[in-house]
Ligand binder design. Structure first.
Ligand code: ATP
Length: 221
């Protein structure tokens, strides 16, 4: 059972290579749309689902810290970056459950592209016992049952909550979608611009761009 006095906590994992305004708006709008008490950012250490990032995990963590500084609703969790083992979301959620207790509603925030790949995640079905999942719309990635693999489409249909207020009524297990401001920004696009010596300004915070320039990151194609 959940304690209705506890506001759901958003958990936002990603490679953040680098963090950009698409990420920041997702987290900011999730708080408003879903009635979250805050968002805990979880930069991945060694992402199991993709190639080796171009910068160190510590540098990606530094950039997330810069991007989120000054927003009292955001906290940054360095545990995945500091861990020696691969960053499986299910392990992170188990740790957070132990830390925050059984009653705390947890909401894993994912973009529609990430959600579509959920059935490839380590122990993906166990995620539903640990957290709700909120799927944000993202340009180019429709959130529709038809675009999901069959087993995920079934979970999506069975677990979909009619109203986001239901996130407070249970600690885990539901799926909601939310329409955020559509920003066709990706870290891939930013890395390409920087590798080609082009401007990435206004796609990510100036503080993060300053860090990238100071540390000469993303210079090589
Ligand atoms: P890359 O281009 O390197 O794959 P990315 O821009 O997709 O990176 P990630 O760190 O992989 O960024 O994404 C973290 C999370 O943020 C994922 O759940 C992803 O779906 C979501 N996300 C990233 N960019 C956007 C965006 N512009 N709109 C909505 N969701 C986004």
């Amino acid at each position: 059972m959940s304690d209705a006095s506890l506001l759901p906590l958003g958990l936002f994992g990603g490679t953040f290579d680098p963090v950009h305004f698409g990420h920041l708006r997702l987290a900011e709008e999730a708080i408003a749309h879903l009635g979250l008490g805050g968002v805990r950012w979880l930069p991945a250490g060694q992402p199991p689902h993709r190639g080796v990032p171009q910068v160190t995990a510590g540098q990606r963590l530094d950039m997330v810290r810069r991007a989120t500084a000054g927003n009292p609703c955001f906290t940054v969790d360095p545990a995945e970056v500091e861990a020696a083992a691969p960053s499986y979301t299910v392990h992170t959620l188990e740790r957070l459950r132990r830390e925050l207790g059984e009653a705390q509603p947890l909401v894993l925030l994912v973009g529609a592209d990430a959600f579509a790949g959920l059935a490839a995640w380590h122990r993906w079905r166990d995620l539903f016992a640990l957290a709700h999942i909120a799927v944000s719309h993202r340009p180019g990635f429709p959130v529709e049952t038809a675009s999901l693999p069959h087993e995920l489409a079934t979970e999506f249909a069975d677990r979909r909550l009619a109203d986001v207020s239901a996130l407070r009524a249970a600690p885990a297990g539901g799926i909601v979608t939310f329409a955020m401001t559509q920003l066709a920004i990706s870290a891939t696009q930013i890395r390409k611009l920087l590798a080609n010596g082009l401007s990435a300004r206004y796609l990510l915070p100036d503080d993060v761009l300053d860090y990238i320039q100071t540390h000469s990151l993303y210079r090589n194609p």
